[in-house]
Design a protein around this ligand. Structure first.
Ligand code: NAG
Length: 555
């Protein structure tokens, strides 16, 4: 047994029995006041932040008691390069030849980068009962000869990945008595402990999270950790604002039709294979389109352009992807004064188009495809100032929800070739839009409200009932969607960050992410090969595209 450097940090709980044999309080040259030294070992009570200096330069064992430093940083032991034992507890690991040692009762806070750098002879490092709250990944670098490490009884909730890298000589590890939170950050340790040749270890138990509370770390498997998480990352910003955004697919190509009221254009967002980005060429010039609704009728690609001024119209693509659009018809002469939203559905083998009109004198209208154009089929109640119209199925029958400023949303059901009012949605007089999704056989509606809370409703057979509400003052869009096979609901907001919710197994929304996005109005998922994107229309800002990525939180 060679010289032993003991670094004992702490001291309050330092039980007797430390026998720095032949300790001499003074008289050994280079022994700092407050220390007992002999030629190769020292026991110091410091009580303060400063390490005792000087110390015998050939020191092999050092115990520091009551040392209080917020961060133990590089160079802390530069004066004692021969240390072999630093700290310890209870019975000496070096017994019987070496002095028992104890690092206890001190306050070390954080073990910083290279705190023990230069101690290439150090074999025993005991940092116990030292109130250590965190350790940086490179804290133990340079300890090439370390055999026994104890970090027992500290405040460590986690250990950084890579902490034991390079400690090839480690033969004993003690981590007991720490309040470990066994989440993804500790998955590496569980992997390491179960690996090829980990040293005999006392790894302690999990203090949290609830599902692992009290479980010994040694009993956990890497697969016990749920570490895969998804997030949206900014991918591309398009230099124009947009209002409505709707998905289309033509000839194997997918994209998004964007209405740009300020630019007076309908654009089709498409993936540019060569550039690896999206582009959005204008396909129809107009005056102020509020909706550019794409519709695939058999082999024909139609674009319904609803405009605040200059009349609404239907355009047809002349050929395949990339070909121009030609005017097919004007729409709803006289009926549509201030169209606000467009929807389409196939009912009983026929195609129908619904246009919500928000002017006082205008009338929301359902049109039917007649082979060469859309013809008025049913006028909804006039004077309702409708803002949104949604086709869906309720109880296996076609239905329609129409939202109007200042009134309750009206639920219509398909009956005898037209829509008949069925019920309204109670307690919500000011719904701007209602968008539905299906989950495990149930139909849900997301109600967008600008002043009140956004609401999620569920169809109960004859009416919608509220299942959840989300504070949403200033919201113009509350939209369910599926992105990368995951279900989300996005709550846009004009005055606060946009909030992305994951749709939980049981239905309620779980907050997933916040996005900074000015005046969002619509969201559309787009899949290109294996990549998943979310397009976000912004009324006053730039149209944004996010990429949906999956990250491993355990890495
Ligand atoms: C739209 O108008 C712009 C500017 O006048 C013009 O360059 C462009 O070719 C037009 N696009 C279409 C599809 O008509």
């Amino acid at each position: 047994m060679g010289l032993v450097l003991v670094l004992l940090l702490g001291g309050v709980a330092w039980a007797g029995g430390v026998a720095l044999t032949g300790g001499v309080a003074s008289g050994v040259p280079g022994c700092s006041p407050g220390c007992e030294c002999d030629a190769d070992s020292a026991l110091c009570r410091t009580g303060g932040p400063a390490a005792p200096r000087p110390l015998p330069p050939r020191l092999a064992a050092l115990s520091l008691i009551g040392w209080r430093v917020p961060v133990l940083s590089e160079g802390a032991f530069a004066d004692t390069p021969d240390l072999q034992l630093l700290g310890g507890r209870g019975v000496s690991p070096l017994s019987p030849h070496c002095p028992p040692s104890l690092i206890t009762g001190g306050r070390l806070g954080t073990i910083g980068d290279g705190a023990f750098a230069g101690l290439v002879l150090l074999e025993y490092l005991f940092l116990e009962d030292n109130d250590i709250g965190s350790i940086v990944p490179s804290a133990l670098r340079g300890l090439r000869g370390l055999r026994h490490l104890s970090l027992a009884n500290n405040r460590l909730e986690t250990l950084p990945r890579g902490l034991f890298q390079g400690l090839e000589t480690l033969t004993q590890l003690d981590l007991r008595g720490n309040p470990f939170v066994c989440d993804c950050r500790l998955r590496w340790l569980v992997t390491w402990l179960g690996g090829a040749a980990p040293p005999p270890s006392e790894a302690g138990r999990c203090r949290g999270p609830p599902q692992h509370q009290g479980t010994p770390l040694a009993q956990l498997q890497p697969r016990d950790f749920q570490c895969m998480a998804s997030e949206l990352r900014p991918f591309q910003s398009l230099p124009f604002s947009s209002l409505a955004a709707e998905p289309f697919g033509q000839g194997g190509q997918v994209g998004v039709a964007l209405a740009q009221p300020f630019a007076g254009a309908c654009a089709l967002l498409e993936w540019d294979q060569l550039g690896g980005r999206f582009r959005a060429p204008t396909v129809v010039n107009g005056s102020s389109p509020v909706a550019c609704h794409p519709l695939q009728l058999g082999g024909t690609f139609l674009l319904v352009v609803a405009q605040l001024a200059g009349g609404s119209s239907v355009w047809r693509r002349a050929g395949g992807p990339g070909s121009p659009f030609v005017l097919l018809q004007t729409l709803g002469t006289g009926r549509l004064r201030r169209p606000h939203a467009v929807a389409s559905a196939r009912l009983g083998g026929q195609w129908y188009l619904g246009v919500a009109d928000s002017s006082k004198g205008g009338t929301s209208t359902v049109f039917r495809w007649g082979g060469r154009g859309f013809y008025p089929h049913q006028a909804l109640r006039p004077w309702h100032r409708d803002t949104h119209l949604e086709f869906l199925e309720l109880g296996g029958r076609p239905a329609m929800v129409v939202c109007s400023g200042g009134r309750r949303p009206l639920v219509y059901r398909w009956s005898g070739g037209s829509f008949a009012p069925h019920t309204d949605i109670p307690h919500v007089p000011d719904v701007y839009a209602a968008k539905h999704f299906r989950l495990r056989g149930h139909v849900f509606l997301c109600l967008t409200r600008f002043l009140g809370d956004a609401k999620v409703m569920r169809w109960e057979g004859s009416m919608f009932r509220e299942v959840q509400q989300v504070p949403a003052r200033g919201s113009m869009v509350f939209q369910p969607l599926t992105l990368a096979n995951q279900r989300y609901v996005i709550l846009g907001n004009d005055f606060a960050p946009t909030r992305l919710f994951r749709l939980g197994e049981r239905g309620p929304l779980e907050a997933a992410q916040e996005l900074l996005l000015p005046t969002p109005r619509a969201f559309v998922p787009v899949t290109v090969g294996h990549r998943h994107f979310l397009v976000a229309a912004s009324f006053r800002g730039a149209t944004q595209i996010y990429r949906h990525v999956t990250v491993d939180l355990g890495d």
